[in-house]
Design a protein around this ligand. Structure first.
Ligand SMILES: Nc1ncnc2c1ncn2[C@@H]1O[C@H](COP(=O)(O)OP(=O)(O)OP(=O)(O)O)[C@@H](O)[C@H]1O
Ligand SMILES: C[C@H](N)[C@H](N)CCCCCC(=O)O
Ligand SMILES: [Mg+2]
Length: 238
């Protein structure tokens, strides 16, 4: 039924962790949920020369503590997979394949028929091109999916978060939630004063300009099997 699009302010911001753990928390609320990956780039070929299940789908299932599902094994949860760890438009071009966005939407519809909720993870940020002529945000806008935006306390995140929010607003789309990922706010990566101020600023900005959006927090995890890996959700989150 519902589809939430999980994007982030950039690649490597924690969308995969956020998607898997959001799904796990929803399952704990009794929601029959599955995750999907829009397009996966950067997969290694298997010994048989084929591209296997998308890495982000494998991570989602580990984080959800569930085995691979039939819809993973038949690639419904990620029909388009490419070797080059690049923007989808380039990885697709290098593979010689033509990506048909409707194929992804049809896969989402098949999942919607089976599950209460689909969490669809993007590749990189909102303006990443899926094809030469189609940005991720254009794809979302055509389908009207509400957006979950993952951010962090890394220096530069405030600007990237506010730009992403502006882009979402300019397409008339709904910002469903912002997930603040604590991945970058440790002494080695970001000054604690900067990280704490970033949290306060973003939370206050969201409350002021997007009062209906949820503010969620994702703790830094020891690994993908961590027992404390939950995102606390309000009731009736979706
Ligand atoms: N909360 C966290 N705790 C510990 N490690 C994290 C956390 N969030 C992300 N990571 C790690 O940071 C790296 C990047 O995160 P992730 O793969 O989730 O990024 P992404 O936004 O999904 O990137 P992509 O655009 O490639 O899908 C990974 O190695 C992941 O394990
Ligand atoms: C390979 C990488 N981890 C992502 N899956 C793809 C990131 C594309 C980013 C493109 C860009 O913003 O320039
Ligand atoms: Mg990912």
């Amino acid at each position: 039924m519902s589809v939430l699009f999980v994007s982030g302010i950039d690649t490597d911001i924690g969308k995969t962790y956020a998607t898997g753990l959001l799904a796990k928390s929803l399952m704990q609320q009794g929601v029959n949920v599955i995750t999907q990956k829009l397009v996966q780039t950067g997969i290694s070929k298997q010994p048989d020369g084929e591209l296997g299940i998308a890495d982000d789908i494998l991570s989602h299932r580990q984080l959800m503590q569930m085995p691979l599902q039939p819809c993973d094994l038949d690639f419904t949860t990620c029909p388009y997979r490419y070797e080059k760890p690049a923007s989808p438009h380039l990885a697709t071009k290098l593979s010689g394949e033509i990506l048909d966005p409707d194929m992804i939407t049809n896969a989402t519809k098949r999942l919607q028929a089976q599950y209460d909720a689909v969490l669809l993870e993007g590749a990189g940020g909102l303006l990443v091109p899926i094809t030469e002529n189609l940005l991720t945000l254009d794809y979302i806008a055509e389908r009207g999916y509400p957006i979950v935006l993952v951010t962090s306390g890394r220096l530069g995140s405030i600007n990237h978060t506010l730009l992403s929010l502006e882009a979402i607003k300019s397409r008339g789309l709904m910002i469903h939630s912002v997930i603040y990922n604590h991945i970058h706010d440790d002494a080695e990566q970001t000054d604690a004063e900067i990280a704490n101020s970033t949290i306060d600023f973003l939370q206050a900005y969201l409350a002021r300009y997007y009062p209906k959006a949820h503010w969620l927090v994702l703790a830094k995890q020891a690994n993908e099997h961590s027992d404390k890996a939950d995102i606390a959700l309000p009731t009736a989150f979706i």
